[in-house]
Design a protein around this ligand. Structure first.
Ligand code: FMN
Length: 279
């Protein structure tokens, strides 16, 4: 059985009818190493100069390839970028997020029906995967594969950061990586030995995201309760203050992920998928 030592301490108390939640997130020390890694993981954006040895990188890639995938058809491809010049070119496409040029390894995982179509053609089988359903399935495969690599990397003491801008810039990334028709970049991660250990980020309480048996829709009061407590956490409070906004929702919608940007990048992404004949 998993034993917990000095772990996760949550103090809840009431003050004038208002509930405050103070969460001290200390390191969780567990005997189960895999769980320990999963429960203590955090995004790492700063890396030391240490390279990732080939054997270690191969292990990470193997963990990704071992992951579940639909029908075991493996309709994804993994592009590993290590050359500095190419990382710098990728970095520009990712809106100059410095991790992309600073990390020793950048991995772009793609939904890929190109390889499977070639296989089908050569085996006198119909080409059946150039449609939205299979794009969706291949995207799921690529994502699961990526997360398995991230888990493996973290087990090996290597930090990872997802780079979401790959979806904004799918066409440009595809051009740089010479992706043929039917290959769509889905995820990008940067990998490297950490030169920072940032604090664990807060999460909403479990009750906010887990539903048993059926979805219980959120009343106005419930939303208020869940997010008010969350917004009171020191880390989140600081985040709101730094963004000069009144609340967390405004940080996301006014500052970080604006509607007009999302609409622009949605159209761009849809056009790219149409060119790929996958949408
Ligand atoms: C799909 C996806 C896209 C992300 N894109 C970026 C990104 O472009 N830049 C970045 O610094 N972090 C990115 N992240 C990392 C998240 O910001 C991070 O996971 C989140 O803030 C929670 O922090 P934690 O991973 O340390 O718990 C991304 C994560 C995911 C899953």
């Amino acid at each position: 059985m998993t034993k917990y030592r000095k772990t996760y301490l949550t103090i809840k108390y009431s003050k004038k009818g208002k509930r405050f939640v103070k969460t001290f997130v200390k390191s969780i020390i567990m005997e189960n190493k895999n769980l320990n890694t999963l429960l203590n993981r955090r995004t790492i954006r700063k890396y030391s100069d240490r390279n990732i040895e080939k054997d270690t990188l191969d292990l990470i890639l193997q963990a990704g390839i071992r992951a579940s995938n639909c029908g075991n058809m493996q309709i994804y491809s993994i592009i590993v970028t290590q050359k500095q010049e190419r990382k710098e070119a990728l970095c520009k496409l990712h809106f100059n997020q410095p991790m992309v040029k600073d990390a020793p390894v950048v991995i772009t995982v793609c939904a890929d029906v190109n390889r499977f179509h070639k296989f089908c053609e050569q085996r006198n089988a119909p080409k059946s995967y150039d449609n939205f359903l299979w794009l969706n399935v291949a995207t799921i495969d690529a994502t699961i594969c990526t997360q398995a690599m991230v888990n493996a990397a973290e087990e090996l003491g290597i930090g990872a950061c997802y780079i979401g801008t790959v979806n904004y810039q799918a066409k440009e990334v595809a051009e740089l990586l010479h992706l043929p028709k039917g290959v769509v970049p889905v995820t990008t991660i940067t990998l490297g030995y950490p030169s920072e250990i940032p604090p664990l980020t807060e999460r909403l309480p479990m009750e906010a995201v887990v539903h048993y048996e059926e979805y219980e829709d959120y009343s106005k009061e419930k939303i208020e309760q869940l997010y008010e407590e969350f917004e009171q956490l020191p880390q989140i409070k600081k985040y709101i203050e730094e963004a000069k906004q009144e609340n967390l929702a405004q940080v996301f919608t006014n500052v970080r992920y604006k509607k007009q940007d999302a609409e622009y990048f949605s159209e761009k992404y849809k056009n790219f998928l149409k060119e790929q004949e996958l949408f």
